[in-house]
Design a binder for this molecule. Sequence first.
Ligand SMILES: [Zn+2]
Length: 384
Amino acid sequence: MKEILYIVLLLLLIGGIYFFGFVAKGLDKKYNTVSIPHPLDQLQEKVPPIPFMADLHCDALLWDRDLLEEADHGHVDLPRMQKANMALQFFSIVSKTPKGINIESNSANSDMNGLLSFGQLLPPKTWFSIKERAVHQCKMMHQYVEASKGRLVFIDTRQELADFVAQREKGSKAVACMLGIEGAHALEGDLANVKLFADLGVRYIGLTHFFDNEWAGSAHGEKKGGLTPIGKELVKEMQKYGIAIDLAHASKQTIDDVFALTDAPVIISHTGVQGVCNNNRNLSDRHLEEIGRRHGLVGIGLWETAVCGKDAKATATNIKYVADRIGVDKVALGSDFDGAIETHFDVTGLPLLVAELQKLGFSREDIDKIMGGNVRDYFLRNLK
Ligand SMILES: [Zn+2]
């Protein structure tokens, strides 16, 4: 009798693992979609190659994919980045996602990433710990770099970035990668974890994601408060390690509190602007102008909620608004590729954005800045 029970339990376990594995793969395909499947077919204009293309935000590490192989779904992997001539891609770490996620109000009480980690058969400690999930994604990035045989290069110092830029100028097709964290809840409330992640190479931290956390209020949280007392400590600790402050998803009060606390050149890794696309997700003119004064950086996204449109033209319009308001040297690409969204296209479609920027009258030099030069120069100025 006992044996039968064990066999049934074992079969249920194996079935469960297969089931969740299947579901985990399915979620990647279901959520990381594109509006334009074969973007280059739509390219009518001749566009110049971009010497140093860079993107401030993608969540590809969240999914059960080998980023060294080309996938038939999702937005980013090494072969597609090389086809697109991408020079530098930030990989952001998503570690906790509320159920029923929306841009208005989310409770911190649910967490879909535990199930996803289980479904992907990640190490069991990642099933229960958000910090371990984030550590795991950092390690995955380093493993990809190691296995890529020089095609992917990890950057975490100014010198490494300068060397990489020189390598690209000599014709290298290698792609640089850098790490960011989306939501400081990944620190599990412990300031000492700033050093842990700094040592793993994380070079920006978004204070919040979709819910209020122990450090700060989110634009999509229940209370939408500001920095907490330990949140203020966190901002100082991040600066000690040269980690940029990312205010994407932060509440208005959090942004104001950060401005009052420090004169750091903050970034918004992926957003749209309320001046073009007015919603709770996006950056107000007042905050935009203050980021300009600090010589920060605003990454404009490639999805509908950010830019109020499903094509490159909508993204280009938001970019132009930022450039006109605070200067063409402070705006960048913040795609949110593989962020469980429909983007206009995958990474290979970026020439469509270049074409739209040309139509808006940007010079060749300004397009180079917007499409990557500004990201390169920001981190050459601000990395340690
Ligand atoms: Zn995001």
